[in-house]
Every structure is written in structure tokens, then in C-alpha cells.
Design a protein around this ligand. Structure first.
Ligand code: HSE
Length: 444
């Protein structure tokens, strides 16, 4: 029976999950891979912590290069994360002709093209199912199941930490700060959860999805990102009064010559499927021109779900090794295919509906001043709520608009925030996702 040897770099949460799946489901994995998949070496700086898995101490090392240089190791699994040493290890493994599996979303988003080119050069594969959506096989779905489609749009809840925090604010009326504290206490968030709550993690994952959906490199820096930390409980309450909840969405839309690619808090209709994605769950809702809408839902993090995704790549690569197929994984076609960077539309050209919460003094004429400035910038109001509720010494005036251009919105808000009757910066949240995404209006 063929034997495939795996070397793992990084024995933290995901590394331990990977080892656990490989050991517990050894028989099933062997059948699916067409040979025995064996853990040959594991590198980590911490060799002492108990991971709750029986691992022979002989295979452990503190030196990643011991794993990469081991001539018997066929597949390198990089699970240390980050942009530093991980990249060197991956490139060195490829140079040695080894296939690589990684869960490293930051590295793929920021240096993906360099890694894909190296994989092409050394005729090896780079597989990364675990980098987006934890256990949800969305990379494989895009790469294989949907490869016949022109992807029209993707809408993802890709950061479980932010979703957990927003769910706490929505369902338990917690403040942002209390929701973060709860998420940290229960182990759903790191302390501090900076890259999660500022939208960077979701943007990394969006960059990866976009690069697969459109089969071309993405300039990560051009993806607009805004996190959840400025949202207030009153925004969550007002959203509900208008029939929405607030989600951190990662969105791409195919505009033909260019795409939208953006991450920000978004008001999602309570009727929409994505409104029901709660707590630490992730979901990806996408539309292809032939397949129509597709929804993927599951645990976006955690030892076992992420281990499941890593091992799915190990099985795929083991089969390639056993069958002798070195063709690149779709859609990373051979090197002779032209790969031009995807053009991303600047955020100020976005056309969207908006939610505004103005903090205003409760005086005659305030509303007409605000409405006058909005009107002068072609922003049409669709609903207004003003309640005599005192919030931090002012009265919230809340509006929803029809579709407007973001550049006009930004200009109007800067004029409005300069009025002496405004007591605080206006909160702006983009609304909905245009047409065709709600449960109610889907065609059969
Ligand atoms: N930190 C991520 C999240 C999980 O909160 O969703 C790993 O990608």
C-alpha cells in the first residue's frame, strides 16, 4: 500500500485538530487517499503542552527545517500563521518539490500570487481549504463545483468573532464593549481581537475568495474594510425597527470590467437568509450565472472544523501523489495563462442605500437643514425616525435613504457634521445588498 508522509509545522489549535482527524479517521482517510497517510514529523516551539492526543515524542521537533528537510516527507502543512516565517517555510518546502497545505489567510491574501507562482515553478500544489470559513468547504465549492459559472456576487459572514459580538449586541442588548468581553471570556475572541473586529480578517478571506472566483490576483490593499467597533446598541435597535439586523459582511460583486470588494457593517433585512447566521457561525451566500444562488454555512473556526478542512487538502494531495498527477489545482491554470490583477472599484463609487444616525439638538429646523444638505447631494430619504430619546445629551434622528452614490454621501455627511446643531459624528451604515438576495424574491 502506498504511504504518504505528512510533516506539520505548528502544533497549536489547528495543528492539534489536524493530527486528531488524521489519527481518529485514519482508516477512512486511507481509503479515500488510496494509501496510508502518516504523520512523519511535527514542529512547534512548545513541545510540552498537553494537546490531549497520543503523539510519539520521537516525531516532535522545535525546528521547522527538520520537517522540511526530511526527505521522506511528501506534504508540508504550514499552520503557524502570520506573514513572517510561514512564507519562508512554504517557499523552502516548494523548492524541495513538496506540496503544501496552509490555513494562512493573511499570507494568501497579501502574498498569494508569489506563492502560486512558486508552486507553478516547482510543479507542486498549494492547497488552502482551511483559510476561509474554517470547516466550510467553500474554496472547493468555488474551485470545483462552481467552476463553470461566472460568479456574479459573493456575500460572506467570514469572521466568527465579529458575528458573535454583533449577535450579543442584537440578542442580549449588550454594548460593544460588553459583547467583546463576553466573547473573550468564552474563548470566541482573542484578547484583544484587533484583526477580527477591524475587518482585516474578513478582508483577508474575501481576497482569497475573489482570487478564486475570478482566477486572478487581487491587491489586498484595495479592498475597503471597516470593522464593527464603532457600532452602538442604539444602531442595533434602530436597525431592528426598520426590519434589519447588522452584520459584518464581506461583499464582492462582478461589475464586468471591475469588481466591488468591500468589508463593512451592513444592514441586512431580517427576511434574508444571512440574518439567521448567528453567534460564531460563518456563511457564504453566492450567485453564479448558471447555478443561481448557493449558500454555505458552518463553523468558521475551531480545532475540529479547521482540522477537517486541512485534512481534506492532505487527502487531495495524497491522491495526486499516488496517482502521479501534478497539474495545478483549479483555477490556478498553468503558467502560460495570463493572470492580470483584478480591478477593484473604489468605495466612493459605490451605489447603495444608507442608514444615518444623526446626533442632533432637538430644535426647530434641524431636520430641514439635514434634509436640505442631503437633497443638494442627490440623496433621497426613504424613512425617518425621531424619538425623544436622550442619548448622550442629544436626540437621535435616524434615516434610511434610497440608493445614492457614496462620494455624495461622504460630502453631505461632512457638511452635516459641521453644523452647530450636531453634537456628535454621524453614524453611517450601508444597507442591504441591492436586489435579488432575499429569501422572498428568489425564483424557483
Ligand atoms: N479569527 C477568525 C474568526 C477565525 O473570528 O472568525 C479564524 O479564521
Amino acid at each position: 500500500m502506498a504511504e504518504i508522509n505528512v510533516g506539520i509545522i505548528g502544533f497549536g489549535t489547528v495543528g492539534a485538530g489536524t493530527v486528531e482527524v488524521l489519527l481518529q479517521n485514519k482508516e477512512i482517510i486511507g481509503k479515500r487517499a488510496g494509501g496510508n497517510v502518516k504523520i512523519k514529523r511535527i514542529a512547534d516551539l512548545d513541545l510540552e503542552s498537553d494537546r490531549g492526543i497520543p503523539v510519539d515524542r520521537e516525531i516532535l521537533t522545535t525546528e521547522a527545517m527538520d520537517v522540511i528537510n526530511d526527505p521522506d516527507v511528501h506534504i508540508i502543512v504550514e499552520l503557524i500563521g502570520g506573514l513572517g516565517a510561514a512564507k519562508d517555510y512554504i517557499l523552502k518546502a516548494m523548492e524541495k518539490g513538496k506540496h503544501v497545505v496552509t490555513a494562512n489567510k493573511a499570507l494568501l491574501a497579501e502574498c498569494g500570487e508569489e506563492l502560486h507562482k512558486a508552486a507553478d515553478k516547482y510543479r507542486v500544489n498549494l492547497a488552502f481549504e482551511a483559510s476561509v470559513g474554517g470547516g466550510i468547504p467553500v474554496i472547493r465549492a468555488l474551485r470545483e463545483g462552481l467552476s463553470a459559472n461566472n460568479v456574479l456576487s459573493i456575500m460572506g459572514i467570514l469572521n466568527g468573532t465579529s458575528n458573535y459580538i454583533l449577535s450579543g449586541m442584537t440578542e442580549k442588548d449588550l454594548s460593544y464593549e460588553d459583547a467583546v468581553r463576553e466573547a473573550i471570556r468564552l474563548g470566541y475572541a482573542e484578547d484583544p481581537p484587533t484583526l477580527d473586529v477591524d475587518g482585516t480578517d474578513a478582508a483577508h478571506k474575501l481576497a482569497i475568495l475573489v482570487s478564486i472566483a475570478y482566477g486572478a490576483p487581487v491587491n489586498f490593499a484595495k479592498i475597503y474594510r471597516q470593522g464593527v467597533s464603532e457600532l452602538k446598541p442604539e444602531d442595533v435597535r434602530f436597525a431592528r425597527e426598520f426590519g434589519y439586523c447588522i452584520k459584518l459582511l464581506a461583499i464582492t460583486r462582478n461589475l464586468g470590467e471591475r469588481i466591488e470588494a468591500r468589508v463593512h457593517p451592513t444592514m441586512v433585512s431580517l427576511n434574508h437568509i444571512m440574518a439567521n447566521v448567528k453567534g460564531a457561525y460563518n456563511a457564504v451566500y453566492l450567485e453564479g450565472d448558471f447555478v443561481g444562488p448557493n449558500l454555505y454555512y458552518g463553523l468558521g473556526a475551531g480545532r475540529r472544523p479547521t482540522g477537517s478542512a486541512v485534512v481534506s487538502d492532505i487527502i487531495d494531495l495524497s491522491r495526486k501523489l499516488i496517482e502521479g498527477d501534478h497539474a495545478p489545482l483549479l483555477p490556478f491554470a498553468p503558467a502560460n495563462t495570463k493572470r492580470e490583477e483584478i480591478q477593484i472599484q473604489p468605495i466612493d463609487e459605490l451605489e447603495s442605500a444608507y442608514y444615518f444616525r444623526f446626533s442632533a439638538l432637538d430644535r426647530p429646523g434641524v431636520l430641514s437643514k439635514i434634509a436640505g444638505i442631503l437633497g443638494a447631494h442627490q440623496i433621497s430619504i426613504s424613512s425617518v425616525i425621531q424619538k425623544g430619546r436622550q442619548v448622550r445629551g442629544s436626540v437621535p434622528v435616524v434615516m434610511l435613504t434610497h440608493e445614492a452614490r457614496e462620494s455624495n454621501v461622504l460630502k453631505a455627511l461632512s457638511l452635516i457634521d459641521g453644523l452647530d446643531v450636531l453634537t456628535d459624528k454621524t453614524m453611517m451604515i450601508r444597507v442591504g445588498e441591492g436586489k435579488g438576495h432575499s429569501n422572498e424574491d428568489e425564483e424557483q
